[in-house]
Design a protein around this ligand. Sequence first.
Ligand code: NAD
Ligand code: ZN
Length: 366
Amino acid sequence: MSVSSNFSISSSTGSYDVDIASGLYRQFMSEGKKLIAICDERFAWDFKEAGVHAIALHSDETVKNLSAIPDIITQLRKAGTMRDTLLLAVGGGIVQDVSAFCAAIYMRGLEWIYMPTTLLGMADSCIGGKSSINVGEYKNIVGTFNPPRRVVIDPSFVKTLSSEQIAAGLIEAAKICYCRGPDSWKAYLANNPSHTMSEAHVAGVIATSLAAKKWFIEIDEFDKAERLLLNFGHTFGHALEGASHYRVSHGIAVGIGMLCALALEERLGARYEGQPQVAVLREHIQDLLALVTDLPDVLQGVTASDLFDRFSSDKKHKADGYRVVIVAADGSVQLKALPKDDASRAHLTAAMEQILNVLRKKRMAA
Ligand SMILES: NC(=O)c1ccc[n+]([C@@H]2O[C@H](COP(=O)([O-])OP(=O)(O)OC[C@H]3O[C@@H](n4cnc5c(N)ncnc54)[C@H](O)[C@@H]3O)[C@@H](O)[C@H]2O)c1
Ligand SMILES: [Zn+2]
């Protein structure tokens, strides 16, 4: 099986390779390496067939809670995992977060390989080295930087994903490419990103998105400056994930968060008329969100005031003000500080209310 794309990522713990090619999963499993796996439960049978011991996870947010980690550590120990055992993680962002976290702390560190199976995992989370774990009701509040030794991407996993899962992955890819700048954004759009795109175009989106993300994570591995821009949509998005009790999935919540960020900046005076790429971005995100048929219903149960409370307790804010990634009037993505006062609260709440109303109305229009 030839690899259609290959590049490496430099990180503080050394560099790691990223391979992209359809068929890599089957090839990898048949090589029968001596390893232990943590996988999404839907792939457990493949590991059984290959004779590889796998800890199968039911991927929901409760699995990536700190309270679920001791059981996984115990299973690793009972399976005889030692410091020189290679850990293979196969699944979406939840399997990735749990595996990266366990790999960082188990016996003070295991080497691991990640094979993402969701488009979000393939086009975004698989590189960057972050793991994020929930504690109680607080999403992603603890974590580690612990890059894998290798990332192996098989775009054919996309065949079994729902339209909503494809939308979630495309939203994150669109966000990364838009943040990187006009050339990257054009390259992303050239793949005709939609839920019906061909596998070749899926591979194109993945390669374009990861090339853009590579720039951010190599220049700013530890989220001090440039990489913070990739939080576009995330502060609002995390608030919505929590407020909907995770009925709105991560990528979809980020898309809604991007719309909230645009609405906020418009309320603060920005006019995007001279920037057609902003209109294209907004329309693309709206088209992808329209694929989530139960979204209008789910959003009925979410209030802007609950969203604001959750937004304001996000870890990315500072004592002296809120930090939010916005699209400036020139179309560029920027980090903005807003004072923690009544005016900011009113603008933020109104922007969230505006987007909730638009998305809820889609149901009435249908
Ligand atoms: N560490 C990071 O850098 C990072 C970045 C972004 C997101 N995340 C986290 O990732 C999580 C979201 O991950 P996700 O959206 O990739 O998926 P997921 O791991 O939440 O899985 C979502 C669903 O997809 C299913 N699934 C997985 N692969 C499939 C396939 N090939 N076909 C059909 N169904 C499949 C799973 O069984 C599950 O039901 C969130 O918790 C988010 O916070 C982490
Ligand atoms: Zn994200």
